[in-house]
Ligand binder design. Structure first.
Ligand SMILES: *Cc1c(COP(=O)(O)O)cnc(C)c1O
Length: 422
């Protein structure tokens, strides 16, 4: 593996005690808290958020962290203290934001399937905006708000039908997927919304996909959205904000995503001088390279065709390789003067798809620790209990302090809600 440049995680480095994140040795974290364990860097989270904010300096703008990328309460509270907004996709995520000290009036609520109960919860909290994704949702929201004697602030999530050139499972802005309302229907839907008594039209939203590396599709989407905003204005529907979603990609291997500033510059040019505030909903670009998954090698299993390093983390902890064939750097925590061997890094789960990395040259022994990098987004948040595996602990490193921000689950906690027959 070629990983002699800087690590994608800026606060990770080789130190005297092996790999260090901020001022703490990963070996110490493993000794104190066990493995597998997610480890996040507060400094890296803060730097990422501040890069968004600095790039938007001088503009009326709100950075709404996508909660689903990393919903840990401590991670959310780092962003809340920095003044972040939040993009939620469920009532559960709203509860998390509020528990973490986030402000409801900076929350936007996305998602195609909002239930009445979720609408009531969000109206009760007075969130900033519902990003509505269908005509039926407009009607339901109007009804629920009316019952509560409230007015619901809305944006329509429009589907600009541009190809984000990313993995099909994370591309969301094409005509053939379930998200957003079609461009051709948007004007009529806005007119309908404007006529509903318990809705107030506030903005427009789009989100074309995730792990965007080419900045052109979002610029194209933004141009289309702006043309629509002008058509709406001509029809007497003025908007307060334009939400351009999330999606900015990160470096996992050798990708060269635009910097946050380079990603935003053309969008800021396009919207220069406009009266509407700008909203963004970044997830991966805030947390992805602020976290890693720490795991220990249980066995080395040489084979005729392949060698396996069987580790104590698995696809239930980090689903992305199995789900999207994604690549995560694998770095031994202690360097060894051994000839490297080529391994597939796999977990203990009874599925052939249970791999975390394939064909990596590693100089390792049984019992060694490995760090799987770029695991701060869609890592823990997509984890499961498959194979009755308690979920990993989560640690937030802040300088030389390691905070245990989520305890490792216990097997008893996994079946606490179940009832055997007596
Ligand atoms: C998932 C999601 C995001 C965040 O996407 P990233 O690629 O992690 O930046 C933002 N907005 C919406 C509506 C989403 O579904």
């Amino acid at each position: 593996m070629t990983m002699n440049e800087d690590f994608p995680i800026a606060t990770l480095r080789q130190g005297a005690q092996g790999l260090m994140i901020e001022e703490i040795a990963l070996a110490d974290i493993a000794a104190r808290f066990g493995t597998p364990t997610y480890v996040y860097s507060r400094a890296a989270l803060t730097t990422a958020f501040n890069s968004w904010r600095q790039a938007l300096a001088g503009r009326e703008a709100l950075v709404c962290c996508a909660v689903k990328a990393n919903p840990n309460l401590a991670v959310l509270s780092v962003f809340a203290r920095l003044g972040a907004g939040f993009d939620i996709v469920s009532g559960g995520e709203l509860s998390r934001v509020l528990a973490a000290g986030g402000r409801a009036d900076r929350v936007v609520f996305s998602g195609v399937g909002k239930s009445r109960a979720e609408m009531r919860q969000a109206l009760d909290a007075d969130i900033a905006c519902f990003n509505v994704e269908s005509a039926a949702e407009l009607d339901r929201l109007n009804e629920v708000a009316g019952e509560m004697g409230k007015t619901a602030p809305i944006a329509l999530r429009v589907n600009p039908d541009v190809d984000p050139k990313t993995h099909p499972y994370i591309s969301t802005g094409l005509k053939n997927n379930k998200f957003g309302v079609a461009f051709v229907e948007a004007l009529a839907l806005y007119q309908r919304a404007a006529g509903l008594p318990h809705l107030r039209v506030r903005g427009i939203a789009c989100h074309i996909g995730s792990q965007l590396l080419d900045p052109t599709p979002i610029q194209e989407a933004a141009s289309r959205v702006l043309a629509l905003v002008d058509r709406l204005a001509a029809a007497g529907i003025g908007l307060d904000h334009i939400d351009l979603g999330g999606g900015l990609g990160i470096r996992y291997q050798d990708e060269t995503p635009p910097t946050i500033a380079d990603y935003l510059a053309p969008l800021l040019d396009l919207t220069q001088g406009r009266p509407e505030a700008l909203f963004f909903e970044p997830g991966r670009s805030l947390t992805g390279n602020a976290g890693l998954l720490l795991t220990r090698i249980e066995y080395l299993k040489p084979g005729e065709e392949k060698n396996f390093a069987i580790v104590d983390a698995a696809m239930n902890d980090l689903a992305r390789p199995a789900l999207y064939d994604s690549w995560h750097a694998v770095i031994p925590v202690q360097a060894r003067a051994l000839p490297p061997r080529r391994y597939d890094v796999v977990g203990p789960i009874c599925e052939s798809g249970d791999f975390l990395a394939q064909a990596r040259d590693l100089a390792v022994l049984e019992g060694d620790l490995l760090a799987l990098l770029s695991a701060g987004a869609y890592g823990m948040s997509m984890s499961s209990n498959y194979n009755t595996r308690p979920r990993a602990a989560e640690i937030l490193v802040d300088g030389s302090t390691a905070h245990l921000v989520r305890e490792r689950e216990t097997v008893e906690s996994l079946f606490k809600l179940e009832h055997p027959l007596d």
